[in-house]
Design a protein around this ligand. Structure first.
Ligand SMILES: [Zn+2]
Length: 413
């Protein structure tokens, strides 16, 4: 591993002083700490255990809403949604009067530290399981960026790499599979091994966590397989920082059926028409969650009754937090121009939706595990190398999952 640049770089007010070692940050999508705990209790993650023992393992606070796009954007910019602007998979564009996907980097308001690292001479690679994240993660990036989902379609001029399947030694996986995430980790190993990257962001997918609880055989095997790739990266001399974008909780009633509150229906029944509920978890991967999460926004045609509506909602069983725009933007770190009149968050085992007709529960794989709210906010952080005194202190404060690059780069030397 020669010629690794140690030139410092800055992004969004933070300076990074990278050591001459491969830096790998992994977003273990949907990895509530229970997944790591359970797999480690079965002695199936020896490399992660070694990382935790020799380096650091603790809990960090993610960005809200606890969604994939939001937190991936935070991790690569190092700042909250209030600054980078990505506050859901989906939002209501008031100017266009349209509900639109927020997948595109045109909605990103901050530069990424990945692009800054590349400009400082690092060989940067972004590998994401889901194609939907690639555009945001590769914003202004001079380097490699591709998804497992479309690994067979990469081109040198658009993805910074060609023949990815050949280089990695695996075929493009199905997106609804464990292999989709494992492919990302295997790509990371291959890119370091072949000297093609020395600064990597590897973003997995949460299909497995949406489908399987921590103690299931499928989950254990999945995390065990991830651990094998962690071991290879450690052997290649990498400093690894691993965190998650959000946790994952079961959202079902005692009888096993989805525990859903249809907020637009509830409000219309109580107050009459004039409400628009937006579910910012909505994305093309409906099999994961049927567009049901623990966070929605309410838009009101007539806001004169807003206090009454807010107070009524806050008293409904299963609703845990309701904020008006100003309070919500501060507490939840949101960009004011992309949010509704009210923010609604639900309980650990409850999801909130729009109306029954807006959600296809049949698309689910027979269960409902989801995220988006407060109870999926705290996620693990594991750093492979010992933290220095300053970052040990920082870890005891209010560290964020989007400090993971900071911890891995500045905290380990
Ligand atoms: Zn996710």
């Amino acid at each position: 591993m020669n010629n690794i640049s140690t030139k410092s770089f800055s992004a969004n007010g933070k300076t990074y002083n990278p050591p001459a070692k491969p830096i790998v940050v992994i977003c273990m999508d949907g990895s509530a700490d229970e997944y790591l705990d359970t797999t480690m209790a079965h002695d199936l993650m020896p490399n992660l255990k070694k990382m935790a023992f020799q380096g650091y393992r603790g809990m960090v606070r993610g960005a809200l809403p606890s969604f994939t796009n939001v937190n991936n954007s935070s991790i690569v910019t190092g700042v909250s949604p209030a600054v980078h602007g990505i506050c859901g998979n989906f939002f209501y564009d008031l100017k266009k009067d349209q509900e639109v996907m927020m997948n595109s980097s045109e909605y990103l308001r901050a530069d990424t530290l990945l692009a800054a690292a590349a400009n400082a001479g690092r060989k940067v690679a972004v590998v994401t399981a889901k194609e939907k994240l690639r555009d945001i993660l590769s914003y202004k990036l001079k380097g490699i960026a591709f998804s497992a989902e479309k690994a067979d379609q990469v081109k040198l001029d658009t993805h910074g790499i060609e023949n990815a399947e050949e280089i990695i030694g695996y075929k493009t996986p199905a997106i609804y599979s464990a292999e989709a995430s494992l492919f990302v980790l295997r790509a990371g190993v291959a890119l370091i091994e072949k000297g093609m990257a020395d600064f990597l962001y590897l973003s997995l997918t949460d299909y497995m966590q949406h489908t399987y609880a921590p103690e299931t055989e499928e989950s254990l095997a999945f995390y065990q397989a991830q651990d094998v790739e962690l071991g290879k990266m450690l052997e290649l001399g990498a400093i690894i920082g691993a965190t998650a974008d959000h946790g994952m909780n079961s959202k079902i009633k005692a009888d096993g059926t989805p525990n859903v509150l249809y907020i637009e229906t509830m409000l219309t029944e109580k107050f009459g028409p004039g409400f628009r509920v937006i579910c910012p978890i909505t994305d093309p991967y409906v099999k994961h969650h049927g567009a049901l999460g623990s966070y929605v926004l309410v838009y009101m045609d007539d806001t004169s009754k807003i206090v009454e509506v807010k107070n009524w909602l806050a008293l409904q069983h299963g609703i845990t937090e309701v904020y008006d725009k100003e309070t919500g933007c501060r507490i939840l770190e949101q960009p004011a121009d992309r949010t509704g009149d009210l923010f609604v968050l639900s309980a650990r085992d409850v999801v909130v939706g729009r109306t029954a007709a807006d959600h296809d529960l049949k698309a689910l794989d027979g269960t409902l595990r989801s995220h988006g709210g407060r109870y999926e906010e705290m996620v693990p952080l594991v750093v492979s190398h010992p933290l220095n005194a300053a970052y040990k202190r920082k870890a005891q404060g209010d560290p964020r999952n989007f400090d993971v690059f900071d911890f891995a780069i500045n905290g380990t030397h």
